[in-house]
Design a protein around this ligand. Structure first.
Ligand code: TXA
Ligand code: MG
Length: 353
C-alpha cells in the first residue's frame, strides 16, 4: 500500500484533501490525523471491518479498547447509556480538549472490537481544527488510538506517523506538530467517585476544581490503582534502554563519565538549564520549571534518540505535579521504572563477581 501525506495546514488544496480522507473513512479505510495531544489513527467506529485494521496496522493487542472521537458534545447521547451530572460539568469545562470520559455504552452502536466487549465506551472531543473538520465532514464517530506502532512513543508530528506506518495506511493528514504532546487524561465516569485511569493533558487539580474529589493513582498504592487496560503494555520505548536520573548537574556528569568508561555512547533528554556537551547527544526539552514544555517535546526527543546510535538514554526527571504527573507517568514507562542509581549498583556488582 502506498501512504500519501496530505498537508492541510498550508491552505493548499485543503478541500480535496478532506474529501479524499472522508471518502476513505466512509469506505472502511484508515486515516491518521492530528489532535491537540498526539496524532490518531482513525477508522469509522461503527464499522468493525474498518476498526479491525487499526489493530493490524499498529500491531495492537486486541484486548485494548480504543477511544472514540466525536465532533460535537451532543453525540455523547448517541453512544453513552447514562451521562451523570458530573460528566456534563466536565464536558462543559474541558471539551473540546484532552479529556476522555468512560461511560456505560448504548449497546449495538459502536463496533465491539472498539470497546472489546467491556460494556463501556471512552469518548473524547478533540481540540484541533483538522480533527474537528474531519469529524464534522464525516458526520460520524472515529475510533482512534495514537498513530504509532504498538510500544513506540506516540507521534507528535506527521513524520513520526510516516516513520511507523508508511506502507500500512493510505492517508496521513499533516497538520503540523501537535500542541499538548502527551495523550488525553482518561477518567472512568462509571465508578463513584470517578477514577482517573491515565493522567494526561487535563490535570487532577483541574478536574477536582470542577467536580470535587476523584480517585487518582497519585494518591493510592500503585498495586491497587485502577488502570486503563492499555496501561499494562510496554509503551513509549525507543530502541536503547532508558534510565531516569535526577535533575542534578553533578549526578548527570558523573553518570555520563561512568557510562563512557564502560565504552557506552550516551544520549540525554533533559531541560535547557542542564544542557552539557559531556554526552554525545543532549535533547533539550524546555524550562525545567514548566513540565508542559517537556510534555510537548518528550516523544519527539525519544524518537530523536532512535536516530542516534546511543547505547543508553538518560531522561531527566521533572517534578510530579500538574502536567508533571502525566509526563513522569510516560517517562517511568519508557524507562520501565529504572533509576540510574540502580544502574551504578548493578554494574558495580557485576565488576566484583
Ligand atoms: O490523546 C489521546 O487520548 C490520543 C488521541 C489520538 O486522541 N489517543 C490515545 O489512544 O492515546 P490510545 O489508544 O493510545 O490510548 C487509549 C487509552 C488506553 O489506555 C485504553 O486502554 C483506554 O484509553 N481506554 C479506551 N477505552 C476504554 C474503556 N472503554 N475503558 C477503559 N479504558 C479505555
Ligand atoms: Mg497509544
Amino acid at each position: 500500500m502506498n501512504t500519501q501525506t496530505l498537508e492541510v495546514d498550508k491552505g493548499v488544496d485543503n478541500d480535496y484533501s478532506y474529501q479524499q480522507t472522508v471518502d476513505c473513512l466512509r469506505n472502511g479505510g484508515l486515516v491518521a490525523f492530528p489532535t491537540e495531544t498526539v496524532y490518531g489513527l482513525g477508522a469509522l467506529a461503527t464499522d468493525p471491518d474498518a476498526t479491525k485494521q487499526i489493530f493490524e496496522a499498529k500491531g495492537r493487542p486486541s484486548d485494548n479498547p480504543l477511544i472514540v472521537h466525536i465532533g460535537t458534545k451532543e453525540e455523547v447521547n448517541t453512544y453513552a447509556a447514562e451521562i451523570p451530572e458530573t460528566a456534563h460539568k466536565l464536558m462543559d469545562a474541558f471539551w473540546p480538549g484532552p479529556l476522555t470520559l468512560i461511560f456505560n455504552e448504548k449497546p449495538g452502536v459502536i463496533a465491539e472490537n472498539v470497546t472489546v466487549g467491556r460494556g463501556t465506551v471512552g469518548l473524547r472531543m478533540p481540540d484541533h481544527p483538522v480533527a474537528l473538520k474531519l469529524l464534522r465532514l464525516l458526520g460520524g464517530p472515529l475510533a482512534a488510538p495514537s498513530a504509532n506502532r504498538s510500544g513506540k512513543p506516540s507521534p507528535t508530528k506527521a513524520s513520526h506517523v510516516a516513520r511507523d506506518l508508511d506502507g500500512r495506511i493510505p492517508f496521513i493528514l499533516d497538520g503540523g506538530a501537535t500542541g499538548v504532546g502527551v495523550e488525553s487524561t482518561v477518567i472512568d465516569m462509571t465508578s463513584t467517585p470517578p477514577a482517573i485511569l491515565r493522567p494526561g493533558g487535563i490535570t487532577v487539580e483541574m478536574i477536582e476544581s470542577v467536580i470535587g474529589p476523584v480517585r487518582s493513582e497519585t494518591r493510592v498504592e500503585e498495586s491497587e490503582a485502577p488502570r486503563a487496560p492499555g496501561m499494562k503494555y510496554k509503551h513509549y520505548s525507543p530502541d536503547a534502554p532508558v534510565w531516569l536520573i535526577e535533575p542534578d548537574q553533578n549526578q548527570i556528569e558523573r553518570a555520563v563519565q561512568h557510562l563512557m568508561n564502560e565504552g557506552k555512547k550516551v544520549a540525554i533528554i533533559g531541560p535547557d538549564e542542564l544542557k552539557t556537551d559531556k554526552p554525545a547527544w543532549y535533547f533539550a526539552t524546555g524550562a525545567h520549571a514548566d513540565p508542559s514544555q517537556l510534555a510537548a517535546h518528550l516523544y519527539d526527543a525519544l524518537r530523536n534518540c532512535d536516530e542516534t546510535d546511543a547505547d543508553v538514554i538518560l531522561a531527566v526527571e521533572t517534578p510530579s505535579e500538574g502536567m508533571g504527573i502525566a509526563v513522569m507517568n510516560r517517562l517511568k514507562k519508557a524507562a520501565d521504572g529504572k533509576q540510574f542509581t540502580d544502574y551504578t549498583i548493578e554494574s558495580s556488582n557485576m565488576k566484583t563477581d
